[in-house]
Design a protein around this ligand. Sequence first.
Ligand SMILES: [Zn+2]
Length: 433
Amino acid sequence: MYGDIIDLLKFIKKSPSPWHTASAASEQLLNAGFQELDWTEGWELQRYGRYFTKVYGSSIFAFTLGNGDLTAKNSLKLAAAHTDFPGFRIKPEAGVIKDGYGLLNTEGYGGAILYSWLDRPLSIAGKVVLAGKDAMNPVTELIDFARPLITIPSLAIHMNKKINEGVALNKQKDMLPLAAVFGKENGKDTAKAFLDDLLVSELAVSKEDILSYELNIYPYEAGCQLGVAGELVSSPRLDNITSVVACLKGITETLGAGLNIIALFDNEEIGSRTKQGAASANLMQLLERIYTCMGYSREQMWQGINGGFMLSVDVAHGLHPNYPDKTDPTNRPLLNEGFVIKQASSQSYACDAEAVAMVKGLCRQGNDIPCQHYVNRSDMPGGATLGSIASALVPVRTVDIGVPILAMHSARETMGAADQISLCRVIRELFRY
Ligand SMILES: [Zn+2]
């Protein structure tokens, strides 16, 4: 197995929620000698320093300060990715008792392929907030049950003979996970608090101390390699832990000149417009804090930003063998043929010709790192990423890139193992520049 794939699958296991992704990233950064900064305190930065800071627990920025003038062209280099993934979140007062069964009331998060979540062992991870020393200082605890706990059973084909012709799934009616069987006797309304009971025993706290939570459901089964030569990877959350891992490797394994930053944002799957998302003022705040801490004026900061460059890193659509006509006639990314440069004249993917040329230049500089192009079919709008959003707020030349995958937003996605290597290589090349 490629080392990069072992690292990827290990990280995916540690990332069952955006808060866990940020926490696993901070652990890796600490191990690499990065110093943690508190977003809410004043900073003192040193040349050749390596730093990171978490924002509201689920977004994280890391940066290194190499040599050279930070106002010079190409001294600012950024790579951005997202920490969240589509699925389900557990609502407050979530316990539902029906015919002696215990279900959890959930809502959708982002654009998941609903049927792919059926009939799988699922688990629960996120954060629970407990009473603290006073009203305004509650205490947050991360929680990951890390064991199969719940499932969303599909309906038997005998009860819907047309099931293979496609079924509309209703998130409120069809997608509530089954968590318990209490039976006729015990399945009373009093059993509704079973989720609270579960949290109490897992965290070893008292029920009164649990004030709130944000919990998501995740597919429990781990990722694996498959294919006759092990050339494929099947795993939950390839979107977008492939990119998170490649960004972390890039920033920890190099120390290039100038200012090198990775920005791992939460909430891309729901549009990024949140206090910890890419549509917030966070990245601009980070830049202003770094430049001013390093003794530069605002005018000089804008010089640095206007000469900067960003890779927005997120998965791309690979050509699907069973649906080849869904891919553009001339831009047809295959698995294992290299990472993908995504372009759209609508700018749903951030790009311009110079920025694309710069990525290709990095590929050449890195001994011909393989890359391919993706453009949507002209009759299909396709998706969007955080690249255009982040680069509208921090106006640097930006290109969207990522590994090509199949079944994007499924509970389990498929990619080519070699593409993770080419993605890691190009990000390293950027930060080495
Ligand atoms: Zn994504």
